[in-house]
Design a protein around this ligand. Sequence first.
Ligand code: 3PG
Length: 214
Amino acid sequence: MTSKQDKLAALFRSARIVPVLTIERLEDAVPLARAMVAGGVRTLEVTLRTPVAVEAAKAIIADVPEAIVGIGTILNPDDLARAEALGARFGISPGATPDLLSAAAASRLPFAPGIATASDVMGALAAGFDLVKFFPAEPAGGIKALRALAGPFPQVRFCPTGGIGESNAAAWLAEPNVVAVGGSWLCQAADIKAGNWSGITALCQRAVKSAKAA
Ligand code: 3PG
């Protein structure tokens, strides 16, 4: 378990930004991923929130080899199995259930369960997960809450998401227990719908630059 989590921590630490992609139309998947990769953002979380999500992730894996594709919004063991079967490099969930944690512990897929409270962190640790997604990061207390969680859980590494954007990503990334931040701000629904790929590339470039400075 440790090596699986360490591998994911190393991947997230080198990515620093893990965008949360919600793809409504299959034909947007590849141009969106190409636009993000062109902006220097290669590690992508494709969420299982739309009917085309699995096909979209498969298309990106097949056609955008520079992208490192993970699956997000994994809610149960079936979702986890789907992520593994399509060749995802990692999985992320917004929260955790005992069933999901035990399936993820038994799976080879690197996985970050979602947590929002100390009890959630304890559940994740008991199942062997010391890299977790802090969700929803801003509404659940922001950086103050994260620092408070670092007290009892100094070994835990966090990927906060939820309410993170251009104005606050660098502040989160400056926290020593934050390996990466996630969010949808780099690939908003309106830009995807409009096919504003150059705008998405520009947003990614700006985010990468400010993450490097953080
Ligand atoms: C997630 O799953 O991490 C969130 O939907 C991302 O939150 P955001 O839309 O506030 O960035």
